[in-house]
Design a protein around this ligand. Structure first.
Ligand SMILES: C[S@@+](CC[C@H](N)C(=O)[O-])C[C@H]1O[C@@H](n2cnc3c(N)ncnc32)[C@H](O)[C@@H]1O
Length: 219
């Protein structure tokens, strides 16, 4: 167990957070393996189970900063095209095309559509997280709204048969998300990777086989 030795003044909660980070096996592993975030292992587990990422695909990663998921995607989607979107800047990752902005803003979507130049997307990933306020019902509702935006984003860019991975929070509204997505995808399940902290309400909704109900945004 590594404990904090620095005399720097910190609140109890920030000391607890830092101590947990220093001792988290996935934080340590991410450092050793050169990943920018421990989240990289969540996507690896998701992909191991659902086999979503394949060479030559077009993949969009929403809420991609600092870039751990992008690193995993570029390892697997050899010869494809990878796009990342985030409010925050992201240091370059391979050939990833990065758009800085809010993915719920239609101007950002339009800019992506322009770069896609007529292609549709095979896989949409969303690890988007709204700043948590700590009230479970409010945080869960916030992420539900974000996932609804992610689903609308898919309406515009995802090809029929394509897949979606989106972070949700356990706590009341995840069933509604499931029902909404089941109308648009052939198979929708929840998955909690082992690398997702057991004391976190976070889990992922995996939606496979987008139904052919959308209109082509490029037409
Ligand atoms: C948990 S982090 C993602 C970590 C990332 N998957 C990785 O492996 O490095 C969530 C990100 O979502 C971004 N975010 C939140 N709301 C957003 C929005 N409306 N549009 C774009 N990015 C957003 C945040 O800026 C944050 O960087």
């Amino acid at each position: 167990m590594i404990s904090l030795k620095s005399k720097k003044k910190r609140s109890n909660s920030s000391r607890a957070w830092l101590t947990r980070q220093l001792n988290d096996p996935y934080v340590i592993k991410a450092k050793e393996d050169g990943y920018r975030s421990r989240s990289a292992y969540k996507l690896k587990e998701i992909d191991k189970k659902f086999k979503l990422l394949k060479p030559g695909q077009v993949v969009v990663d929403l809420g991609c900063a600092p870039g751990g998921w992008l690193q995993v995607v570029t390892e697997r989607v050899i010869g494809g095209a990878v796009f990342g979107v985030d409010l925050q800047e992201v240091a370059p990752v391979g050939d990833v095309a990065f758009l800085q902005g809010d993915f719920t803003d239609q101007r950002v979507v339009d800019s992506l559509l322009e770069q896609l130049n007529g292609r549709l997307v095979d896989v949409v990933l969303s690890d988007v997280a709204a700043a948590a306020c700590g009230i479970p019902a409010v945080d869960s509702l916030r992420i539900t709204v974000l996932v609804q935006h992610v689903a609308e984003f898919c309406d515009q860019v995802l090809r029929p048969g394509g897949s979606l991975v989106a972070k949700v929070l356990r706590g009341g509204t995840e069933k509604e998300i499931l029902v909404g997505l089941k109308r648009k995808f052939s198979k929708v399940v929840h998955f909690k990777p082992e690398s997702s902290r057991s004391d976190s309400a976070e889990m992922f909704v995996i939606a496979l086989g987008r139904k052919n109900t959308q209109t082509d945004p490029h037409k």
